[in-house]
Design a protein around this ligand. Sequence first.
Ligand SMILES: [Zn+2]
Ligand SMILES: [Zn+2]
Length: 229
Amino acid sequence: MTNNEIIAGTLSVFKECSINNFPIDCWDIINQYGYKVKRYSELKPKKQEACMGLSDDANIIGDTVYYNESKSTNRIRFSLMHELGHVILKSDNESECDKFASHIIAPRIAIHYSKCKNAIDVTKIFILSDQASRIAFDDYRRWRRIISIYGMSAIDKQMYEHFYNEDAQKFVWTFDRCDFCYTNDTYNGDVLCDSCKLYEIRKNIHTRRTDYQEHDLDIARSRWLYGNL
Ligand SMILES: [Zn+2]
Ligand SMILES: [Zn+2]
């Protein structure tokens, strides 16, 4: 299986589960594919032992993904996505499923647009283990080098299109509510939306009197909350 086929597998999940916010919710994704998620300790001792024998991270049994809850959260997330890889790629190949997990948790294009400077940034933003983040970041640098020479591949373009946000008119890897107006969306880690950012700039021009600022703040607030005054 080629790398691009694995990435296409992750894109099919992003589309099917309407994922456009990182970090992804690994538990929810598994549920959306009709699987339950349970801990090893929920199994009877004999089955638990058998599971441990197969993998001390995670296993699929019937319609349930079991995971070893004694591992770190970051590692569990990776293991869950590895198991999903078996389902999506219809593959028994362990290294293919590891790559799937790496790409679905931290797509290289999202590492790029989230401006990660190193593996530590990848760990923080995408919630990936330290080791997996190092692998993902090294792979990202390779990917970027290839793009700088050959340009985006077809699958890169499809990935870009999926995460392109019409309102923001850019690649969006995470969005939230604006801290100030609670009405508009903010993109890619911004705290304020574009209108509130403009307001902040204007406010800083009028800093002579505090009560004036307060008043201005109220006008702005009601405008955003109740429409135009
Ligand atoms: Zn496996
Ligand atoms: Zn706002």
